[in-house]
Design a protein. Sequence first.
Length: 297
Amino acid sequence: MTVTFDPEVLVNDFGQMPQGADVLPDGRFVSVDVHTGEVIAFSPDTGRREVIARTSSGPIGVTLGDDGALYLAHTGGRLGDFWEADDAIAPCIQRLEVGSDRPVTILTEVGGSPLVAPHDIAWGADGRLYFTDSHIWQWDPLLRTGAGRIVAISPDGSADVVVETGVTFPCGIVGEPDGSIVWTESYADRVLRRRPSGSIEVIATLPPGHTPHGVRIGADGALWVASFGSSTIDEIAPDGSSVTFHDVPGYPMNFAFLGSDLIVAAFKDAPDDDMDGLLFRVGVGTPGDVLLRGRVG
């Protein structure tokens, strides 16, 4: 079933490539600009936008720790074969204080294997910091050979691969209160769950071309997925038994709950692969689940 939301555009020029999403304790939405390395906070109440921290070009995921720091998934400054930053670094996970431009790198490899392309990042109920290491994006399916993985960082800074996903481009990720983690797979158009026992289940397989990205959980357990390939926000029952597709403007990349609204960072409809940002709000009628938090170090 397809239902069209009634979105409220909040910012029509929200950065050069907005990605990642979370909410600060003061209620501001926070996202990162991949091209500039800026961490941007926006108040839906006042309309004020502010750069609150900065790293090198290439951050693509952000989550807030219970220590007040920002934890970033950093691509290293490379996206597929179509963009590489002048200030490129090794792909990594960073910790960045609000107000700072001096990030601390907390992970560049796991089990002796360098990170390839960290994408989204989220806390689990076990206190670990989970992220997707997606591999390098390829538009052409015939060129897709890089396997992705899900990695967990413990509070002491040690890290383990918890899922080897294969060539599926694991993308968005979120933790559930029962200790499960949920992630999207952009190549496979799937949403999956890993239980605390280690068992893995496919929650839903979306229509081809949806290309799911960010994922969040409602207080009722429903999963909300930003599918940029179909320009929809997909609402999935907790057990995957039903899916509702909500048409939205642009190409939604990630979002965060603020009350019963989703604040959505998207790319605008534009020619020539222009990835200029758009920020909008949609009312979904249910609040988000309790945000999980933690810290590393």
